[in-house]
Design a protein around this ligand. Structure first.
Ligand code: HMG
Ligand code: MG
Length: 300
């Protein structure tokens, strides 16, 4: 059956904005995050503590994070940290939840982290250990779980190996990324079954779909039917992927909420307020939201 409630892990301010050409002013980011929280999103990935030259869009993390101190109690604000330096920066600001981000493929590990897959895992291990000592919640992202722009389809066994490594080093939750949006539902089911057999059951997993080929919602439904109850999405479908031509970005949170509410699944999200927020953000970015639901509910 389907879960009665789904936790949406909102990634718009991080995964969305990191892939937008425009650099959004820090005050606008803060307003965006406040409005997302007011729309009922309880987990909002705020920013990344990565090298500012690698992701200039998020170079204002030190200025942004302190603006978020007055969010409703209990709002979770995970941030990305690739290494010890990133974790230091996050701890300095009082972050309580961090994410490391691995790759299932060598090509993307090189492009995204300047490391091999195993070198990146070795970089994360002390970060996760220290984060756990500090009682932080730790998410492990895994990119390119289905296909890779340089290597093509990614073997399930390769994904399972890196998931095991992330779990063994102490990640509380793993997010399976279809970074370029090529997955289809049968592939999702096959991966989730293999992970289950490897001792990584659905309750420990989240799914992170991109909508390049229009499959993100179908893939999400396949994952829900398999017991996954945490879904990553980006308000207004913000973002894209620099490695995929015509990539349309993450699954739009509004499209996800429309489906979940239609299925009678609780999210805590007020869809009207969320659409208004994404329409406002689209105005800030100077282009319409790619989300079908935002267009349908806010269009002329
Ligand atoms: P590197 O060049 O190998 O870094 O990059 P290094 O360790 O050799 O250090 C070089 C310099 O960078 C040093 O400075 C460090 O201090 C500094 P120097 O001594 O030369 O003056 N440095 C830092 N400065 C600030 N903050 C830091 C930091 N670390 C080192 N944290 C590195 C390695 C990991 C740093 C780099 O590759 C990087 O920042 N990568 C981040 C890439 C990124 O953020 N990608 C997007 C997120 S992943 C994603 O979006 C996928 C996901 O959405 C899921 C999906 O869709 O698949 C999660
Ligand atoms: Mg992503």
């Amino acid at each position: 059956g389907l879960p009665p409630r789904v936790r949406i892990h909102e990634v718009g301010p991080r995964d969305g904005l990191q892939n937008e050409k425009a650099v959004v002013p820090v005050e606008v980011k803060s307003e965006f995050i406040h409005r997302l929280a007011e729309a009922g999103l309880g987990t909002i990935e705020a920013t990344s503590f990565v090298h500012p030259k690698w992701v200039p869009q998020l170079a204002d993390a030190e200025r942004l994070y302190p603006l978020l101190g007055d969010l409703p109690r209990g709002t979770r604000l995970p941030v990305l940290v690739p290494n010890a330096r990133g974790l230091d920066r996050a701890l300095e600001l009082g972050a309580r939840e961090v994410a490391v981000f691995a790759s299932a493929t060598e090509s993307f590990a090189r492009a995204n982290l300047n490391r091999t897959v195993d070198e990146a895992l070795a970089m994360f291990e002390p970060v996760v250990a220290r984060a756990r000592e500090e009682k932080l919640t730790v998410r492990g992202y895994l990119s390119m779980c289905f296909g890779d722009p340089w290597e093509g389809p990614v073997p399930v066994a390769q994904v399972v190996r890196v998931c095991r490594a992330l779990s063994d080093m102490g990640c509380d939750e793993l997010s399976l990324g279809d970074t370029i949006g090529v997955a289809t539902p049968g592939h999702v089911t096959a991966l989730l079954s293999a992970l289950h057999e490897a001792g990584l059951p659905a309750p420990r997993l989240a799914v992170h779909f991109h909508d390049t080929y229009g499959q993100a919602l179908s893939n999400t439904l396949a994952a829900l039917q398999h017991g996954v109850a945490t879904v990553d999405a980006s308000a207004g479908g913000l973002g894209g992927c620099p490695y995929a031509k015509s990539a349309t970005g993450n699954l739009a949170t509004e499209d996800l909420v429309w489906m979940l509410h239609g299925l009678g699944i609780e999210t805590g999200v007020d869809l009207g307020r969320l659409c208004a927020t994404s329409a406002w953000m689209a105005g800030q970015l100077g282009r319409p939201s790619p989300s079908r639901t935002v267009r349908a509910l806010t269009g002329p």
